[in-house]
Ligand binder design. Sequence first.
Ligand code: MTE
Length: 392
Amino acid sequence: MPTRRTLLKAAAVAPVLSQLPLARKAFADAPTAPGIVKPLPGEYFTVRGTNAEANFAALADTGPLTPADRFFVRNHTTTPRLDASDWKLTVWGDGLHRRSPVTFTYGQLRSLPSVTRTAVLECAGNGRSLFTAQQGETVTGTSWTYGAIGAARWRGVRLRDVLHRAGIASDAVAVMPRGLDDEYVTGGVNLGRVRRPLPAAKALDDVILAYEMNGEPLPYDHGHPVRVIAPSWIGIASVKWLGDLQVSASPLASPWTTDYYRLFGAAYPPGGSEPLTRQTLKSGFHLPYGAVLDAGATHRLTGRAWSAYAPVHRVDVSTDGGTRWRRAELLDAPRRGGWVRFTTPWHPRRTGPVTLLSRTTDASGRTQPERTVHNTQGYLFDAVVRHAVTVV
Ligand code: MTE
């Protein structure tokens, strides 16, 4: 008979086991995408190249945490099916005292003190298609609408603890996590494995090496067995399928800081902005674009709002294209790093097209602007979304 220990071990190395309860109808015969392991039912996901966007409107039936089976997937290549039992993490570089690499097995990592933290994970390009749809501007990259985002409860070890055990030196300035997925080739150029440096100050602050998502071992698509979670930073900072960490006494760069994930365009210096770090603030309704609603009925509009800077302070809603605004009710306690659901009743009397708007203001005083300054790669769209619906 298996002991509790062997069962726990099996659960830790086999995310598929933990996905069995998800064999509900929608997931049973759902399509998958090339390179993505989990089922992607059409009502919950839109496949975009190697990625799967969550249907933002459909998140209405989820709570503050996004279930793993509903979480967006952003893959540069394909999900590798890694086995925790032969996984190891190598920490190396001239930012270590002894300069010789230090390795951690999965078991060694799990034996370190653990931390659990709720954090929103959002791609820097979330909302990108709105640069074109709403502002008439051209941008490059995956045409996400609003669903390159989710929130989960991550459990793992502090990166700080791992770095201290590996002997990080006081003059270390950068830590670069690198994934074990395939090398990324684009436009005939091999950019190597996905990697992006973190300043030492961030690495030693709140970054986690996570092995659990919402109380289950990380699913394959979300970085099994271990990924980085860099709270409040753009999604690329949260490297999945972590294989090694370069610790450096001099600044590091990668194509993900030089060519991508900085702002280029007329409003920015010729070489672009500094590499992007923090995400921004947004809000949106749990309604499909172009939704049709009945006149003469009371509708409970719901949505969610978030900010990477501070807890959400208030959400204002307009049901007349932005002339009048009223404060929505918040359904969750605002917290740093989380999102809140909001609701407001709406009783449309007249038929015809209507533009709904929602606007987040956070506790740092930041408010969503009317327009986002254009950048050629369409990052950090934070403008108030003009959500077209029709009343019939
Ligand atoms: N890490 C690796 N190794 N490979 C990747 O393709 N994509 C990044 C990041 N980490 C990526 C990665 C990007 S751009 C985002 S937005 C997040 O992972 C997405 O995480 P998710 O797929 O778990 O939602």
